[in-house]
Ligand binder design. Structure first.
Ligand SMILES: C[S@@+](CC[C@H](N)C(=O)[O-])C[C@H]1O[C@@H](n2cnc3c(N)ncnc32)[C@H](O)[C@@H]1O
Length: 263
């Protein structure tokens, strides 16, 4: 039997949650005009409160140094930080397809450098913007996010003191996959905004992903990137992988312990 003070505390929390739920309902439906008419979209506000990125000193210290070099919010960055911290026991390199100004990729590289075997983090970008937009993508048309340059990413890598990060410049995988084709990977971040780019990157990567390796897709939950959502939903039910969609809008794919791969 819980004590009466514990029961009172739970009752108080329940009342706060009910109040919060009502406020959130209003907030969720007061969404930006661009989302109106998209029945499956609302502004996501969770009733969960635990926010470990606010107090994790190692994360905070590194994130403050890359904040101006990424489009990702803290919750997505912290998810990458946490997941990259869980592949230290695996062999293999890491890769980010779509690094833009390099912030998120450097964060992953730094986390992988802590307490695990030496590996290389490859940062891939065209540096001329998004490619392979198609009929599967209703917003992106190609050429977006061209406001990044290779030299600035090199400078960031140098300033952060990262020695195991390499840039692959061009369309991945067609232009830049060959030099790393004989590698194995334990972690990947695919942030390319469109269906064709996500599909081609994953098809190249999955056979080279070690069992237990993790691929994080950005943009699953964004209204502007319906092509990414379509691709992830196609992966659902594949026996060689598990897919987790989180409230941050990412989709996390973990390779299961099978050598079969129909991809
Ligand atoms: C949203 S931005 C990436 C944001 C970045 N990950 C961050 O942390 O802010 C998408 C990037 O993907 C790049 N891109 C898209 N498709 C690509 C492909 N197939 N190969 C290489 N880069 C690609 C674009 O040039 C663009 O810089």
């Amino acid at each position: 039997m819980p004590s009466s003070s514990a029961t009172q505390r739970i009752r108080r929390l329940d009342a706060v949650r009910r109040g919060a739920a009502a406020t959130m309902h209003v907030a969720r439906t007061a969404i930006t005009p661009s989302l109106r008419g998209q029945a499956a979209h609302s502004t996501l506000i969770s009733t969960a409160t635990y926010s470990p990125w606010l107090t994790d000193p190692a994360y905070r210290s590194f994130a403050s140094r890359i904040a101006d070099f990424t489009l990702l919010d803290e919750m997505r960055l912290y998810e990458l930080w946490q997941l990259a911290g869980q592949v230290g026991h695996l062999e293999g390199d890491a890769i980010e397809v779509g690094c833009w100004r390099g912030g998120a990729g450097c964060l992953i590289a730094s986390r992988l450098d802590q307490g695990s075997a030496a590996s290389t983090m490859f940062l891939c970008d065209t540096f001329t913007g998004v490619v392979k937009a198609s009929g599967q993508d209703s917003v992106y048309q190609g050429g977006e996010h061209a406001d990044a340059d290779e030299g600035a990413v090199h400078d960031l890598i140098h300033r952060l003191g990262l020695t195991s990060v390499e840039l692959l410049v061009g369309i991945f995988p067609e232009d830049t996959g060959a030099p790393v084709a004989d590698r194995q990977f334990r972690f990947a971040h695919i942030d390319v905004d469109v269906y064709g780019g996500a599909k081609d990157s994953f098809a190249w990567l999955f056979p080279r992903l070690v069992v237990g390796g993790i691929v994080v897709f950005d943009d699953y939950g964004s209204s502007a990137t319906d092509g990414i959502r379509s691709f992830i939903d196609e992966l659902q039910g594949h026996p060689d992988l598990a897919v987790v969609r989180n409230l941050n809008g990412q989709a996390v794919v973990v390779k299961r312990g099978s050598t079969r791969s129909g991809l």
